[in-house]
Write a protein that binds this ligand. Structure first.
Ligand SMILES: C[S@@+](CC[C@H](N)C(=O)[O-])C[C@H]1O[C@@H](n2cnc3c(N)ncnc32)[C@H](O)[C@@H]1O
Length: 206
């Protein structure tokens, strides 16, 4: 899939990091089907300013970053583990994506406020119990019509219950669980200036 949006160098790193994740017990990565979906979603949405919280060894960032790079965009990805952050930087260099992917080493709680937004695509995949806090930090930095994707809504249902209830009740979001991989919650921020008009009997959001 997507042979024209993922270079041979990036494929090599996707496969290498995939093997590494399977071998190590300190490495986690989204399933391949989730990665393919996120790559396609970024292409479909034409997003250009991406933010990921939870890099690990860079598997999801390779897929998301390749799509953002194809769109002419950039991904900032945050990882609190110094060794993982350093190895991910090296992975992105080998993938030929060093210009498009920036790894920020630190805790999201400490670094998000200092990042320059706005971001139009956000992937939340760090400590599950911290997700509501990441959302609160990211919210002021979101572009109009930004999309947030949150992983593990099915696999870590209990830890994510409060966050999922919050974003689904939020007046500025439309949010739905897609049963892909570990459960991806896809949340679209609504434009505050949007209004509904009725034309020929149909409602249109403009
Ligand atoms: C599930 S793994 C991320 C997997 C990665 N998104 C992928 O699919 O390849 C979660 C990562 O988040 C990092 N992490 C956890 N809490 C964090 C925080 N508060 N700030 C930054 N990174 C955090 C962990 O060190 C871990 O490497």
């Amino acid at each position: 899939m997507c042979t024209s949006t993922i270079t041979a160098a990036t494929w090599n790193e996707i496969e290498r990091v995939g093997r590494l994740v399977a071998e190590r017990d300190d490495a986690w990565a989204i399933p391949r089907v989730s990665a393919e979906f996120l790559h396609t979603l970024v292409l479909a949405g034409g997003y250009r300013r991406g933010l990921e919280i939870g890099t690990s060894y860079g598997y999801s960032a390779l897929w998301i970053g390749a799509a953002l790079a194809h769109n002419g965009g950039l991904l900032t990805t945050i990882e609190m583990n110094a060794a993982k952050a350093a190895l991910s930087r090296e992975t992105f260099r080998r993938a030929g994506l060093a210009q498009a992917l920036t790894v920020v080493h630190g805790r999201a709680e400490d670094v998000v406020a200092g990042l320059e937004g706005p971001f139009d695509f956000v992937f939340l995949d760090a400590e599950k119990s911290g997700t509501r806090g990441y959302f609160d930090l990211v919210f002021p930095k979101l572009a109009h019509r930004a999309t947030i994707v949150t992983d593990n809504v099915t696999s870590h249902e209990a830890e994510l219950t409060e966050f999922v209830a919050h974003i689904r009740a939020h007046p500025r979001f439309c949010s739905v669980l897609l049963p892909i991989g570990s459960g991806l919650e896809v949340s679209v921020k609504l434009d505050p200036f949007a209004t509904t008009v009725t034309l020929d009997g149909a409602d249109w959001v403009i």
